[in-house]
Design a binder for this molecule. Structure first.
Ligand code: PMP
Length: 404
């Protein structure tokens, strides 16, 4: 059993008050709070270990390089990549997807098709629209039902020999739906398509094994998995990464440069131009170790139980409609309440120290599908507990009294 009190004690920010009330942080889908271990790893790096990597021959630089490459190893192990060379450090899920779009995109031809789903975050829509407009590829969308469950029959019908890539989210940030990624990858492979899984939301909440999933690409954002902002991972299967042209040009991604000709570096450096976010990578690896220490299956089980509790409590509120009711769901509670605008609700409960998001959650097509401009979203982290949910419900009831 997971010790929630012991976990909470490791997050200094949770000891803060907000508008005179103890902070209830229910916006982990936007960004998670950071445990002391991660904060201290960042602090230690800048105090004691800072030097540029890969270039220095002096001890400090070698130690910084070892830490940075050690972080790559840790992230490889975290995702069960076949080798750490399949781990490319990027700014986050957004850059990971854009990296694939701009490199793989150069290999695509007019008429090639990319499949995405109806529940994607804008970061897994817009980069493919660029390709549609620039290269004439066709973008097709796997539909979902009113619970927020993907229509797998429709997906299979959309697949064809023209499908070059299937790019879907592992877990939806707006609905909480956990998609049957293994099944999606298998079906895509059967028609020879590549697969990219957006793991920004899934990774913080469950064990992820890229080899078991069989995907070609998997992206994550450090800041959503208790790590720093500005760092993330693009996992790419070696065989596929080797076929891709370079991404950004600059230092570290080259083997040799003359004004006539440049030879590119080996993987993964070929995709990491310039000085990387060294501290970020080290902090991210620390977050991964922290999650492993807590136990990723234990995190999933704990949050699942809390999600069930929160779902029951919220459904008891008069006029509340949950958006996203898939049977396979992670800790996201998106909802609208009759007669109360989501922004007003979120602003009012902030007065009680409750931090939730009210927006389209960078998933406007999802909002369009459900016919709402925005939702209130309470999203769970492993530090949340039933008391947080009770305070959310009490604050919502107070807010509704004022608004109605
Ligand atoms: N995909 C999903 C499902 C997300 O929830 C997010 C962040 N909200 C992203 C991608 C983008 O992540 P980032 O902003 O960290 O690049």
């Amino acid at each position: 059993m997971l010790d929630n009190a012991a976990i909470r004690a490791q997050f200094p920010i949770l000891a803060q008050t907000e508008n005179g009330h103890p902070l209830v942080y229910l916006d982990s889908a936007a960004t998670a709070q950071k445990p002391l271990r991660v904060i201290e790893a960042l602090d230690r790096y800048y105090r004691e270990q800072n030097a540029n990597v890969h270039r220095g021959v002096y001890g400090l630089s070698e130690r910084a390089t070892d830490l940075y490459e050690g972080a790559r190893g840790a992230m490889g192990a975290f995702l069960n990549a076949a080798t750490p060379l399949e781990i490319i450090f990027v700014r986050g899920a957004t850059e990971g997807i854009n990296l694939v779009a701009s490199t793989l995109g150069k290999l695509l031809k007019p008429g090639d098709e990319i499949l995405i789903s109806a529940m994607e975050h804008h970061s897994n829509i817009v980069p493919w629209q660029f390709l549609r407009d620039e290269r004439g590829i066709r973008l097709r969308v796997i539909p979902m039902d009113e619970r927020g469950v993907l229509d797998m029959d429709a997906f299979r019908k959309l697949l064809s020999e023209r499908t070059r890539l299937v790019a879907v989210t592992h877990m939806s940030n707006a609905l909480g739906t956990i998609n049957p990624v293994r099944e999606i990858v298998d079906a895509a492979k059967a028609v020879g398509a590549l697969t990219l899984i957006d793991g920004a939301q899934a990774v913080p909440h469950m064990p992820v094994d890229v080899q078991a999933l069989g995907c070609d690409f998997y992206v994550l954002s450090g800041h959503k998995m208790y790590g720093p902002t500005g760092i993330g991972v693009l996992y790419g299967r070696m065989e596929v990464l080797e076929t891709l042209p370079p991404y950004q040009g600059g230092g570290d991604m080259i083997r040799s440069v003359t004004f006539k000709k440049t030879e590119f570096n080996v993987l993964p450096y070929r995709f990491e131009a310039g000085t990387p976010h060294i501290a970020g990578a080290i902090g991210l690896a620390e977050a991964a170790r922290w999650m492993e220490a807590v136990g990723r299956q234990a995190i999933f089980d704990y949050e699942h139980e809390l999600l069930q509790y929160a779902t029951e409590q919220l459904q008891a509120i008069d006029g509340l409609r949950l958006i996203g009711t898939a049977p396979e769901k992670g800790g996201v509670l998106s909802f609208v309440i009759e007669g109360a605008h989501p922004h007003d609700v979120a602003t009012l409960i902030d007065q009680d120290g409750i931090a939730v998001r009210a927006s389209h959650h960078c998933a406007q097509p999802v909002m369009d599908f459900f016919g709402v401009p925005a939702t209130v979203r309470a999203s769970l982290g492993v530090y949340n507990n039933r008391e947080d949910i009770d305070r959310l419900v009490a604050a919502l009831n107070d807010a509704l009294e004022m608004l109605r």
